[in-house]
Write a protein that binds this ligand. Sequence first.
Ligand SMILES: Nc1nc2c(ncn2[C@@H]2O[C@H](COP(=O)(O)OP(=O)(O)OP(=O)(O)O)[C@@H](O)[C@H]2O)c(=O)[nH]1
Ligand SMILES: [Mg+2]
Length: 322
Amino acid sequence: MSVPTPPSPGHPRVTVAIPCYNEEPTIAKVVRDFRAAIPEADIVVLDNNSSDGTVAAARAAGARVLLEHRQGKGFAVQSMFRRIDADVLVMVDGDDTYPADAVRSLVEPVLRGEADMVVGSRLHRGAASEFRLLNRFGNRLLLGVLNAVFRTRLTDLLSGYRAFSRRLVRALPLAGGGFEIEAELTIKTLQRGFVIHEVPVKLIPRPPGSHSKIRVLRDGFLILSTILALFRDYKPLTFFGGIGLVLVALGLVPGTVVIVDFARTGLVPRLPSAILAVGLVLSGVVAGAVGLVLHATARRFQELEVLLHRLAHDETDDTDRV
Ligand SMILES: Nc1nc2c(ncn2[C@@H]2O[C@H](COP(=O)(O)OP(=O)(O)OP(=O)(O)O)[C@@H](O)[C@H]2O)c(=O)[nH]1
Ligand SMILES: [Mg+2]
């Protein structure tokens, strides 16, 4: 586990970045609320081809607007990571569903060097949240798997309210273009050994006239398949080993029957069962072997990545050395 480096002393640069797609009814209020909550921060709206007055409203409220043409929240986040230079980068939705007055509780742990990512959690025991039932259920299910695999105790995987340290922003290669970006942020951060903190935040319902961009089935499926792909790549032994164990266990059912028959009579009367058992057990063993090979490769890549990161940051790290 790596220790987060505190950002440059003096005047740390904080930027609040707001990905937006058609958020005209709420964006001005969000910009004003954040300006009031953290006056020293830069406020940037990442607009994604909005067809309403989002851009004009954001500018009128005093935000800087960056345009991202590839449609999707994930692309806006990728663009924010690439184009914004800040010691602490805060990301928040433009639909006025996260409280601006909690922003300091997200920024402070990064400034103090205690965490590289702070997540405003809507499911934390301290948070009283207005959270749709399906969202809550999906979030819980995915978290159960994630917490078991990475041995963490996170409570909100899909929160759109987060603060990142400069070095985390530099270290994360993001690929997701849509709503799978939040899960990707959390998993890639955990996998690289960065520290994640959670602070409870209250979720406010969308005001009337403002519309959700999420399509539950399509985006739910995308989020699930992203998580599975990340497990496959980063925890291959758990992923393929798990599949292997299930196949072997399935194979043992017909296999036991065949063995008991054979022990009793010395014959194999149920040939199809025997073939099925052998097929399932062999497939399970192959899956386990694939997991082992990929595990060894993935570990080497993780080591290389740490070395590369160290090389890239050698100069800055030298000044911190005591
Ligand atoms: N840049 C960009 N932002 C988007 C896009 N789709 C959604 N967003 C923004 O991402 C944020 C979250 O989108 P929402 O539709 O509120 O999704 P959500 O908060 O997960 O779901 P709800 O519970 O329905 O609010 C909002 O600020 C949206 O404007 C997109 O295609 N591009
Ligand atoms: Mg929202």
